[in-house]
Design a protein around this ligand. Structure first.
Ligand SMILES: CC(C)(COP(=O)(O)OP(=O)(O)OC[C@H]1O[C@@H](n2cnc3c(N)ncnc32)[C@H](O)[C@@H]1OP(=O)(O)O)[C@@H](O)C(=O)NCCC(=O)NCCS
Length: 174
């Protein structure tokens, strides 16, 4: 198994991975919208014997404070592995590779919205502990699911930050 950057020739295979992993088309549409918006900052695929069996996307994210300070980082997601290849460490390998790469690039933070049980092993924690809230969580329903991994603590404001994902995640707006 190798992890390598997405290539345009992988488009159909990645769409298949996303549809099969999630059992619906929303995540495929988000990935297509992110690419169309040039917001596919880092897209990696897992390949086994010439076949694409997994994919991960990182896209631009931002945070702002009431004092007008803005910070820019990345969001992780979606990440998907073909169901028949799940639980063999491929998803973890994609996540580790992506995080390692963006950390080297000097990205100050990475956010995501997902089950905390899986992502805390990769250094994520509920973003509320860092005084971060997600602008899409008006009712406070995603306090545990909205997570952050901080790479550069000194680059982040020491006050409440409201975070935004790329608009492509809101399919109504693309
Ligand atoms: C999530 C996903 C990418 C993980 O890929 P994978 O190759 O199966 O992951 P790994 O083999 O590296 O890790 C498996 C571990 O993750 C756990 N895990 C997988 N998905 C999980 C989830 N949604 N919530 C909690 N734990 C999860 C497994 O229980 C297993 O735990 P263990 O190591 O303690 O046994 C894959 O299961 C998938 O494509 N799921 C459907 C799409 C999805 O939910 N994506 C994530 C949200 S963007």
């Amino acid at each position: 198994m190798q992890i390598r950057p997405f290539d345009a020739d992988d488009t159909a295979a990645v769409s298949h991975v996303l549809d099969a992993a999630f059992g619906r088309s929303v995540e495929r549409q988000i990935v297509i919208a992110l690419r169309a918006a040039d917001a596919d900052t880092l897209e990696l695929v897992a390949e086994l014997d010439g076949r694409v069996i997994g994919e991960i996307m990182f896209s631009p994210a931002s945070g702002h404070t009431a004092a007008g300070e803005e910070v820019f980082g990345l969001a992780l997601g979606p990440v998907a592995v073909l169901p028949e290849f799940a639980k063999r460490g491929i998803g973890s390998a994609l996540i580790e590779a992506g995080l390692g790469f963006i950390r080297q690039l000097g990205v100050p933070f990475c956010i995501l919205l997902a089950d905390p049980d899986f992502y805390q092993r990769f250094g994520f924690q509920p973003a509320s502990r860092n005084q971060w809230i997600w602008d899409g969580d008006t009712e406070g329903k995603f306090t545990e699911a909205f997570q952050i991994r901080v790479f550069q603590p000194d680059a982040l404001p020491d006050m409440q930050v409201t975070a935004s994902f790329h608009p492509a995640f809101d399919l109504d707006s693309v």
